[in-house]
Ligand binder design. Structure first.
Ligand code: ADP
Ligand code: ZN
Ligand code: MG
Length: 492
């Protein structure tokens, strides 16, 4: 599919405008049970089996707020640098839809749990903060199923398993100025949420859902343009493509004398276009009001402090620390902090190795390659971080050569044994002991008088030949630096 964007407006026209983007992101909290009842949140259960009177909204059933969901939402707020309200309030958001048996979502309105935060992004070497307006908690609705039944041409079905699944909604300020910045924001957000174990952010399971608000204005203009809200962005790639399309569409409309209407638009991944769905000019009135069945949510200083103490170091700070403390290159620090598990693994290997940069190379090179080949995640690595660190330390100490280390590593991958165990069993220790080496050297020199002659006659490249012979005689176990040294002495 070629991009439909180019057909809309010429690049030099596009360049006169500045896009303005704000995101609304729903993140599913990783609790095992729902937010107001004890039903499981497990994915893929048979339809309408994970339900009870509370999440079905049956009359008389009362919600009980999950402590774990609140803790995770607080963690999310803290990780996004937000202020946490000591008292926030749950509110009913009323609307009528078949997948919403209660007739309302329980959300938060004018007193959200967390607000005034930010996320730092980097695009083309430029760092920038994107404001987080608010983070609030709410429950999810069910799902309408329009396809897959004998009578799907006439009927739709509902699966209410998802009703009451705990979510947070994260709303950003209109701070992004390109689709790349929006992409970078969502990438960073996902990484942070995964680091603090708030969500798996698995987009395929709907654990991360994003709507994008977009407007354009002439560069230099102060007033924001009228925005459209784009929905149905099921992947990071779609987010970027939908934004690029929508930006060009809006510029095209304005350039041809038209006016942007405030509306909700749906992205169509098959065509790469957005299409108007409903006008916001007669927007929903959700008739929000405080949830009468729940008391205000209080987060005491002590509770907040306890949650804060449990939080791991965030990826941005870890990246900086890896660069400063371990001398890693920026790119390597980026790769090695991609997930919490990977950054933990690297740090443990680095500590055990005594040579962090070598550890970085091994983790990103040999280990990553092996994991990819075996289709495994870092958490399932067949070589522990401590074992890898030890292997690297043995190279640094001169006990094994780099080449031998690769062979030992392959054996470690296969058996899960430590390098020491393998070396001792197979007698693979590098020979740096000069007396042992001298004996072999003497034999090699005696067996090759012609080459000795050549060397003494000034052909210094013959040295490489001798080193090769010694390595062969020791099955690669001689320390090449020591061999070089000894050879030079002997041949003088
Ligand atoms: P609404 O009243 O339609 O809900 P809000 O002011 O609450 O609008 O903002 C919703 C989202 O839209 C936020 O992410 C915000 O950053 C973004 N937004 C607001 N105004 C604009 C604009 N003119 N252009 C782009 N995004 C905007
Ligand atoms: Zn339930
Ligand atoms: Mg709003």
């Amino acid at each position: 599919m070629s991009s439909p964007t180019a057909a809309l407006v010429a690049p030099e026209v596009l360049a006169k405008y500045e896009p303005v983007i704000g995101l609304e992101v729903h993140v599913q909290l990783a609790t095992r049970t729902k937010i107001f009842c004890g039903c499981p949140t497990s994915f893929g259960a048979p339809p309408n089996t994970n339900v009870c009177p509370v999440c079905l909204g049956l009359p008389g059933a009362l919600p009980v707020l999950s402590r774990q969901a609140v803790e995770m939402a607080v963690k999310a707020g803290l990780a996004l640098q937000c202020q946490i309200r000591k008292v926030s309030r749950l509110a009913r958001k009323n609307y009528f839809y078949p997948d919403l048996p209660k007739g309302y979502q329980i959300s938060q309105y004018d007193e959200p749990l967390a607000e005034h935060g930010w996320v730092e992004i980097e695009v083309e070497g430029v760092r920038k903060r994107i404001g987080v307006t608010r983070v609030h908690i709410e429950d999810d609705a069910g799902k309408s199923v329009h396809e897959g039944f004998r009578d799907s041409d006439r009927y739709s079905y509902v699966d209410l398993n998802r009703c009451g699944t705990p979510l947070i909604e994260i709303v950003t300020e209109p701070d992004m100025r390109s689709s790349d910045e929006a992409y970078a924001f969502l990438t960073e957000l996902k990484q942070v949420m995964q680091y603090v174990d708030v969500s798996s952010c698995d987009m395929e399971k709907g654990h991360l859902r994003c709507d994008a608000n977009v407007s354009v204005r002439l560069k230099g203009a102060e007033k924001l343009g009228t925005k459209a809200e784009v929905k149905n962005l099921n992947s990071f790639r779609f987010l970027k493509m939908a934004l690029d399309y929508e930006i060009a569409r809006q510029v095209g409309v304005i350039e041809s004398g038209g006016r942007i209407i405030q509306e909700t638009r749906l992205y169509n991944p098959d065509t790469g276009e957005t299409a108007g769905m409903r006008s916001k000019e007669h927007a929903h009135d959700y008739r929000y009001f405080p949830e009468p069945d729940l008391v205000p949510l209080r987060v005491s200083d002590e509770w907040r402090a306890r949650i804060e103490a449990e939080m791991p170091e965030l990826p941005a700070s870890r990246r900086m620390r890896f660069i400063e403390a371990y001398g890693l290159r920026e790119y390597d620090a980026q790769v090695l902090t991609a997930t919490h598990e990977l950054s933990e693994y690297f740090e443990r290997a680095a500590k055990a190795s005594g040579d962090p940069r070598a550890a970085a190379n091994w983790v990103m090179g040999d280990l990553a390659g092996a994991l990819k080949e075996q289709g495994k995640e870092i958490a399932e690595a067949p070589v522990s971080a401590e074992h890898l660190g030890e292997l690297i330390s043995l190279i640094a100490k001169g006990e094994i050569s780099g080449k031998l280390a690769k062979e030992i590593f392959a054996k470690m991958l296969a058996s899960g044994e430590s390098a020491r165990v393998i070396i001792d069993r197979e007698g693979l220790r590098q020979i740096s002991d000069t007396t042992a080496l001298e004996k072999i050297l003497d034999e090699v020199l005696a067996a090759n008088p012609k080459q000795v002659e050549q060397y003494r006659g000034g052909k210094s490249t013959v040295l490489g030949f001798f080193v090769g012979q010694v390595m062969k005689a020791t099955r690669g176990q001689a320390n090449p630096a020591t061999v070089n040294e000894l050879l030079k002495q002997k041949l003088q």
